[in-house]
Design a protein around this ligand. Structure first.
Ligand code: MLT
Length: 401
């Protein structure tokens, strides 16, 4: 008899954003023509920047002739992109990451979800609560049941520390995401350094999701875990071009696995993770497309840097407007300063609040409960939308709240 992976029964039957899409479709069916403003899933709305478009057009031309045609590329990513990443995202910021420690992929979601395959089934995992659901769901699918939760609350500024680990819990893997999805919180260097020191002292691993680093504007806030001393020996970092450069539909990101970073075999022998991740990727993935990677490369040109920064500044401007309006309405709001997400304390059932905004204002948000128990009582509002829609949404919020 064919048996299923019963761990799938332990996760919610639909992914959070699929459930929201379903409710929005039902609402639109009942209210045809309603002008819904989507501030739910963090999907970008601004087009790709001109530097990226130009590079992708050129790459299409390359593919059109024999001279510069590319079939399968290197599974780890083309050197032209990995070299730029190493230089611009790390070395120019004083961080010693080499291009052969970078593996290009089709996005951070896949990498965050797939990385857990490298570890034994009985490793203990800790995540924030609330949290990006991918970390929990992928570990649950793999049979890791008792995931430890680190409460992210207003009391700790939504930044849990090693001392917040439940009594007696000693995780092998901790997922950290800063700027945080969903709370929009950022961690200081000292806070991240505490995690790095804790991980090194406990032979644990930090899986650091830096998908939103391009939104950091506050000076001194680390953009990379490798800004902390000792992080090379205890951390893997995920980066994404989705929010950085509007690649949600293009799909490209990368993962940094430093040379010498190890986990352990059952007999205590240390095993390097970079060759394992390379082996995993070269077996199950054929690389991001040449056209995509040429587009990503263009982000690092002076034009690409200026254009992507302008777009992020635009989204941050949206966040600022919405944060101000919500505060004027009497809500306590976190995030939205170094992040595209506002984390709004609605002091009540978050799905009910979500439904109220959808039904009465045609505004889609994300209920905090969808990110975990400690997310109850909050909603997440995304700043990814046009200015016109954001202004309209603010007017509607004023009307119903
Ligand atoms: C979100 O809304 O949380 C993100 O868009 C999810 C993602 O990046 O996969």
């Amino acid at each position: 008899m064919l048996h299923v992976n019963e761990n799938y029964a332990k996760i919610k039957p639909t992914y959070l954003f699929a459930e929201i899409a379903h409710r929005v479709s039902a609402h639109l069916e009942a209210n045809p023509g309603a002008k819904v403003i989507r501030l739910g899933i963090g999907d970008v709305t601004e087009p790709l920047c001109p530097a990226v478009i130009e590079a992708m057009h050129k790459a299409v031309d390359d593919e059109a002739g024999r001279a510069a045609f590319h079939g399968y590329g290197p599974e780890q990513g083309y050197a032209f992109l990995r070299d730029k990443i190493a230089k611009f995202d790390f070395q120019d910021r004083g961080i010693g990451i080499e291009s052969d420690e970078i593996l290009v992929s089709d996005g951070a979601k896949c990498d965050c979800g797939n990385i857990q395959e490298l570890f034994a089934q009985d490793v203990k995992v800790a995540v924030g609560d609330p949290v990006y659901p991918v970390y929990v769901d992928t570990n649950t699918m793999a049979g890791r049941g008792d995931i430890a939760l680190l409460p992210c609350t207003a009391a700790n500024g939504f930044v849990p520390m090693p001392s917040d680990l439940p009594r007696g819990v000693q995780p092998d893997i901790v997922y950290l995401c800063y700027p945080n999805n969903p709370t929009g919180a950022v961690a200081t260097r000292a806070q991240l350094q505490s995690w790095v020191d804790w991980a090194n002292a406990n032979k644990a691993l930090i899986l650091f999701d830096a998908a939103y680093e391009a939104f950091i504007r506050t000076p001194g806030i680390p953009h990379s875990i490798y800004e902390c001393d000792g992080a090379r020996s205890c951390a893997i970092e995920f980066r994404s071009y989705s929010k950085t450069a509007g690649f949600t539909g293009v799909r490209c990101g990368y993962t940094v696995v430093p040379k010498g970073l190890c986990a352990y075999a059952a007999d205590g022998t240390s095993v390097e993770l970079r060759p394992m991740w390379t082996r995993r990727q070269t077996t199950k993935f054929n690389g991001a497309s040449y056209i995509t990677q040429r587009g990503a490369e263009a982000i690092y040109t002076p034009e690409g840097q200026a254009q992507t920064k302008a777009t992020i500044d635009f989204y941050l401007g949206n966040a600022k407007l919405m944060r101000k309006a919500l505060e004027e309405l009497g809500y306590t709001v976190a995030g939205g300063e170094d992040s595209p997400y506002l984390w709004v304390d609605v002091k009540g059932d978050s799905w009910e609040f979500f439904d109220r905004l959808l039904k009465r204002a045609n505004i889609v948000t994300t209920p905090g409960a969808g990110f975990g128990k400690a997310g109850e009582g909050f909603i997440r509002i995304s700043a990814f939308n046009s200015r016109e829609n954001v202004i309209e949404a603010i007017e509607r919020l004023k009307g119903v709240l």
